[in-house]
Design a binder for this molecule. Structure first.
Ligand code: ZN
Length: 180
C-alpha cells in the first residue's frame, strides 16, 4: 500500500518498484488473511490454495460449492485507483497484465463448468482509503455463500467521489486513473 497509494506519483526507481511488487505478490498477503480469519471467526471452514482446482483459488468452501479469489488490483488490472500502469517498460506490463486478465477469464469459465461458484474480492475493498468495513465485507460474502448466486464481486468504494466531498480540491496533476 505504500507504493500503490492512489494519489502518489510514481517516483520509485525500477529496482525499488520491482522489490515492492515482489513483496506484494506473496501468497499470504494481508488482505487474504483478513478474509480468512473473518470467515473462520464466523464458523466457516475452508481449504486454501487447492492446487487441483483451476486457478488455485485462495479460499475453497466445498460445502458451499464456492471459491474465493482475493485479487491484487495491480496484477489483475483492476479499473480502480490502485491500478496505474508503470511509466517504464509499459509494453511489458501491458502484456503481462493482459495475460493475467485472460487467464482469470479462462479459470473462471473452467470453475463454473465444474460447478463452482466464484467470489472475487478486490484488494481495494480491503486496504487504502477505498476500503469498506471488514464487517460489511464479510456480511456480503457470507450471505452470498449461503445463497445460490453464481458470482460475487466486491470492490472498494469510489475514491473519486470521496475526494470530491473532501475539503481539499483534487490535485491538478492527478493522472488518469485508467492508467493509460
Ligand atoms: Zn481495485
Amino acid at each position: 500500500m505504500r507504493w500503490l497509494s492512489g494519489s502518489m506519483p510514481d517516483v520509485h526507481d525500477p529496482a525499488t518498484r520491482s522489490r515492492n511488487m515482489a513483496a506484494i505478490r506473496g501468497r499470504d498477503t494481508k488482505p487474504e488473511l483478513l478474509i480468512r480469519s473473518g470467515l473462520h471467526r464466523q464458523g466457516f471452514r475452508f481449504r486454501v490454495n487447492r492446487k487441483e482446482l483451476p486457478g488455485k483459488p485462495d479460499i475453497v468452501l466445498s460445502r458451499f460449492h464456492a471459491v474465493i479469489f482475493v485479487h491484487g488490483c495491480f496484477w489483475h488490472g483492476h479499473d480502480c485507483h490502485l491500478f496505474r500502469l508503470p511509466g517504464t517498460r509499459t509494453e511489458f506490463w501491458t502484456a503481462k497484465i493482459g495475460a493475467n486478465q485472460e487467464r482469470d477469464k479462462v479459470v473462471g469459465s473452467a470453475l463454473l463448468s465444474e460447478g463452482w461458484r466464484i467470489a472475487t474480492v478486490w484488494e481495494c475493498a480491503l486496504k487504502g482509503k477505498s476500503r469498506i468495513e471488514l464487517q460489511e465485507l464479510l456480511t456480503r460474502l457470507t450471505s452470498w455463500l449461503r445463497g445460490d448466486e453464481l458470482l460475487l464481486e466486491i470492490r472498494g468504494q469510489d475514491v473519486k467521489s470521496m475526494r470530491a466531498s473532501s475539503m481539499h480540491p483534487p490535485e491538478a496533476t492527478e493522472p488518469d486513473p485508467s492508467g493509460r
